[in-house]
Design a protein around this ligand. Structure first.
Ligand SMILES: O=C(O)CCC(=O)C(=O)O
Length: 293
C-alpha cells in the first residue's frame, strides 16, 4: 500500500524564514519511514539498469579523455561509482507515487509560499562507497526551462549522510543575486555545450567559506533548496557506507517556461514557448493546491 501525504510534522515558520533568507533549509524528521521503505528497492533496481541511469564516474573519465576536462576527484578514495538518472516518476509506480502523492509537494508549497505546486522532475543520485567524484557546484535553474521565484528541489536521503559520505554543500544566500549560471556536466566544471549564463564561481564543497553550509542528515530528513541556490557535494570517502538520495523538483504559481538553449529538454518543452505560464500538464502535473482558509 502507498503511504500517505501526511508529513510527520508541520514545517515551522522559522523553517520558512530560513528557506527564504538562506535559499536552503534542513527539515529533520519530517518524512514517514514508510516512504523510505517504499523507495529502497526501486532505487537499487534503477541504478542497476544502465538504460535509465548514467554512470557519472565513467562520464568524468570520458570527458577527461576526450576533452581534457578535469574531473573533480577527491584523491583520498577511489573505486566507487556516482550514478544518476532523471524522470523515473514517468515510468515507475513507486517514484510516481513519491513525486505526486507523498508529503513532498505540500512541504515545497508551504516553503515557497505557493498556492499550488507542479512537478518538474525527479532524479536519483547515488554515490557508492569509495566514490571519488565530487558533484561540481551548480545552480539548478540553468538546467530547468523555467523562470520565476517559486522553484525548488527537495533532496531526500535514503541513508545517513555526513561530510565524509557526500553531503551536499550550499552557498547560503546565493539565490538572492538574480544571476543565472551556466549548467555543467556535474562531475567537471565544464559548461554543457550551447548553454548560456554566467560562469559558476569556483567553489569546492569543503572550502573554508563562511556561507558554505552542509547538514548531517538521516532518512526521514529532507533538505530543500531554492532553484537559484549554488550547491555541490563531496565525494563518498567511506569504504562501506552508501549515499543514496532522490531529488524531486517542483515549481509553484508565477512560474513561466523559459526555454534555455543547450539545457536538457523534456517531451512537452516542444509544445511550449518562453513566457507561457506553467499549467497542469501530464508532463508537469499539478500535485498540490493550498487548502482554502
Ligand atoms: O546529490 C548530489 O550529489 C547533488 C544533488 C543536486 O545537485 C541536486 O539534487 O540538485
Amino acid at each position: 500500500m502507498t503511504p500517505g501525504r501526511e508529513p510527520l510534522r508541520d514545517v515551522t515558520d522559522s523553517e520558512i524564514r530560513v528557506f527564504t533568507d538562506d535559499g536552503v533549509v534542513h527539515l529533520p524528521g519530517i518524512l514517514p519511514g514508510a516512504w523510505i521503505d517504499l523507495l529502497d528497492g526501486p532505487v537499487d533496481e534503477t541504478i542497476a539498469d544502465p538504460s535509465v541511469t548514467a554512470d557519472l564516474t565513467a562520464l568524468g573519465e570520458d570527458l577527461a579523455a576526450d576533452l581534457g576536462s578535469e574531473p573533480l576527484i577527491d584523491p583520498r578514495t577511489s573505486g566507487g561509482h556516482f550514478l544518476s538518472g532523471v524522470d523515473h516518476w514517468r515510468h515507475h509506480e513507486a517514484f510516481a507515487a513519491f513525486a505526486t502523492a507523498s508529503p513532498l509537494a505540500e512541504i515545497a508549497g508551504v516553503l515557497m509560499g505557493a498556492g499550488h505546486v507542479n512537478l518538474y522532475e525527479d532524479s536519483v543520485l547515488v554515490k557508492e562507497p569509495g566514490t571519488a567524484e565530487e558533484t561540481a557546484f551548480h545552480q539548478d535553474l540553468g538546467y530547468f526551462h523555467l523562470t520565476g521565484d517559486r522553484i525548488c528541489t527537495t533532496w531526500v536521503p535514503l541513508d545517513r549522510v555526513g561530510v565524509d559520505t557526500g553531503a551536499v554543500a550550499y552557498l547560503r544566500g546565493s539565490h538572492l543575486t538574480g544571476t543565472v549560471y551556466r549548467p555543467n556536466w556535474f562531475v567537471t566544471t565544464d559548461p554543457l555545450p550551447g548553454t548560456e549564463g554566467e560562469p559558476v564561481p569556483s567553489i569546492r564543497p569543503d572550502d573554508d567559506h563562511p556561507d558554505l553550509i552542509r547538514f548531517e542528515v538521516a532518512p526521514g530528513d529532507i533538505v530543500v533548496h531554492h532553484a537559484a541556490t549554488l550547491h555541490g557535494a563531496g565525494a563518498n570517502l567511506s569504504p562501506s557506507r552508501r549515499r543514496r538520495a532522490i531529488s524531486v523538483r517542483y515549481c509553484g504559481d508565477g512560474v513561466r517556461y523559459q526555454i534555455r538553449p543547450g539545457a536538457p529538454t523534456k517531451p512537452h518543452h516542444s509544445e511550449v514557448s518562453s513566457g507561457d505560464m506553467v499549467v497542469d500538464h501530464p508532463d508537469c502535473p499539478l500535485v498540490w493546491t493550498r487548502p482554502p482558509g
